[in-house]
Design a protein around this ligand. Structure first.
Ligand SMILES: Nc1ncnc2c1ncn2[C@@H]1O[C@H](COP(=O)(O)OP(=O)(O)OP(=O)(O)O)[C@@H](O)[C@H]1O
Length: 221
């Protein structure tokens, strides 16, 4: 399950720090099952950067995000807050929202937001504020199985963005959202960046264009 992750404590705490860029990606070849998939030119994401990760279907966008989240090999050379992907400090600094993010069956949407905030030792207010902006008030007492796909995604996005971690990895976050919710999500992404968060966002569309993001296009290896 992408969220929650271990709660950061003591020296693991990774609030935005310009001296520790949220993400450093060297030139690397992304491999899946031992086969080269895509090549990346190196980049460093600093607090406030929004990176639009783009490329055709099958280029490896999701694979790269999963590797950065520490869920599979492939990006061992990357550094997240100066630490290896999958390490505790890296995971403590990263909010990862895949497409169709799973939610626990035994928590209502609101309970999930409270649980996530408590696990990360963060205030729940930002998570609830985002949930409100995404129109989730009437769904906070509902179980995941009662929610539509887009509504579940809004819950996961509210949890991830509301934690206000240094790095957010969002895979096709606009894909299941209605028009009003897309605008609310774009505003939330912009606010996180303005507050010093760094975000990597995949989308085939032009939703991020108003933010003038940096871009990284995956090229076949
Ligand atoms: N665990 C795996 N084993 C083998 N092949 C895999 C594995 N994971 C992904 N792939 C392959 O890697 C390629 C890249 O997939 P990925 O989902 O990362 O692409 P994407 O750029 O996100 O595509 P889309 O735009 O369709 O979401 C695909 O050909 C996929 O089948």
């Amino acid at each position: 399950m992408p969220l929650p992750a271990p709660a950061p404590t003591g020296s693991d705490r990774t609030d935005a720090d310009p001296a520790r860029p949220p993400l450093t990606l060297p030139d690397l070849t992304l491999c899946v099952a031992g086969r080269p998939l895509a090549t990346l030119r190196g980049l460093t994401l600093r607090p406030g950067d929004v990176l639009h990760l783009q490329g055709p279907n099958g280029a490896g966008k999701t694979t790269l995000l999963r590797a950065l989240a520490g869920e599979q090999p492939g990006a061992e050379a990357a550094r997240i807050v100066s630490c290896a992907p999958g390490s505790l400090p890296a995971r403590a600094a990263t909010a990862w929202v895949p497409t169709d993010a799973p939610l626990p069956d035994d928590l209502s949407a609101g309970e999930f937001l409270h649980f996530t905030a408590a696990l990360w030792s963060r205030p729940v207010a930002p998570l609830l504020t985002l949930a409100g902006a995404l129109g989730l008030e009437r769904w906070l007492d509902a179980w995941p199985q009662e929610l539509s796909r887009g509504t579940r995604q809004k819950v996961a996005l509210s949890a991830a963005l509301g934690l206000e971690l240094p790095l957010m990895l969002l895979d096709e976050p606009f894909g299941t959202l209605d028009t009003a919710s897309r605008a609310a999500l774009l505003a939330a992404v912009q606010a996180r960046a303005a507050a010093g968060g760094a975000l990597v966002v995949t989308t085939h569309g032009a939703e991020l264009a108003p933010l003038h993001p940096r871009t990284l296009t995956l090229a076949p290896a």
